[in-house]
Write a protein that binds this ligand. Structure first.
Ligand code: SPV
Ligand code: MG
Length: 286
């Protein structure tokens, strides 16, 4: 009853025209995303870092990201896609990362083609790319390291983020698909979807395309599907909403001196018991 079973990300991708994936940083946010209908959950390096009030800059260790992703996966009936940044170093780190994440029950990982240590894609700072061939070898290493055929490796290019343009993004994604990537992720920080559309226009669909429409939110899921995207990651909206709510709640309590006005607006303790699966736990202690 308490142990979860979940399909692999590959299975979910094959069963849906477009997979909607919500960002999370702990099991509770993952469970709420699943409850809303999301078919998968993104263990976001940005959110996991921010939940420790640290920059998303390769500061936390692989083990800390693994623990976060595994804790989310343990609470879910849908698969986690683990954001593994650059693979935490060189090719040996990538192989170790795959062994550890797959061993912990994660069925999909994503790696990006920036230098280690990396900086969050929207932050000022160094966004230098790793040379294409070197990143392709990381993808090959990851694919060689996986134990089950089902394990899924997403190759993310930061070519547009680092100001290189569509040609470079296209060439890189082709090389990564050739190296064995199961999907490519094309990341953009533009305020419109024009760059991503231009990429999709050229992409031969050799492998599926994943997008992260954080800065170009005005793109309905039906249109995203029509454009040929296979998976969409809403990477950080959950944490941003939580932050607004936590901030206003704490301020309201402090300002009012009591919580009376707030009570009708906030979740009940019983609601939290349900998410904790308290009744199932209590049965264990019969
Ligand atoms: C994350 O959520 O950690 C991501 C997406 O990698 S972004 O923050 O846009 O880099
Ligand atoms: Mg990240």
């Amino acid at each position: 009853m308490l142990k979860r079973s979940y399909p692999s990300f590959r299975t979910v991708l094959e069963a849906n025209d477009v997979v909607r994936i919500a960002g999370a940083h702990h099991a509770l946010s993952g469970v709420l995303a699943q409850e809303a209908g999301f078919e998968a959950v993104w263990s976001s390096s940005f959110e996991v870092s921010a939940s420790r009030c640290l920059p998303d800059a390769s500061i936390l260790s692989m083990t800390e990201y693994l623990e976060a992703a595994a804790n989310i996966q343990k609470a879910l009936d849908v698969p986690v896609v683990a954001d593994c940044d650059t693979g935490y170093g060189g090719n040996y780190n990538v192989a170790h990362m795959v062994h550890e994440f797959e061993g912990a029950g994660i069925t999909a990982v994503c790696m990006e083609d920036k230098l280690f240590p990396k900086m969050n894609s929207f932050a000022d700072g160094d966004q230098t790319l790793l040379e294409t061939g070197a990143f392709a070898r990381k993808i090959e290493t990851a694919k060689n390291a996986q134990r089950s055929d089902d394990f899924f490796v997403i190759a993310r290019t930061e070519a547009l983020i680092s100001g290189h343009g569509i040609d470079e993004a296209f060439t890189r994604c082709q090389a990564y698909a050739h190296a064995g990537a199961d999907a490519v992720l094309i990341h953009s920080k533009r305020s419109t979807n024009d760059e991503v559309l231009a990429f999709l226009d050229r992409w031969d669909q050799r492998v599926p395309v994943v997008i992260v429409p954080t800065t170009y939110p005005d793109w309905h899921i039906d249109d995203i599907k029509r454009a040929g995207v296979s998976a969409v990651i809403y990477a950080n909206q959950g944490m941003r909403a939580a932050l607004s709510t936590l901030r206003s709640t704490y301020r309201a309590i402090y300002a009012a001196g009591d919580t009376t006005a707030l009570e009708p607006e906030i979740a009940s303790v019983r609601d939290i018991f349900e998410l904790q699966r308290m009744p199932d736990w209590q049965k264990l202690d019969a």
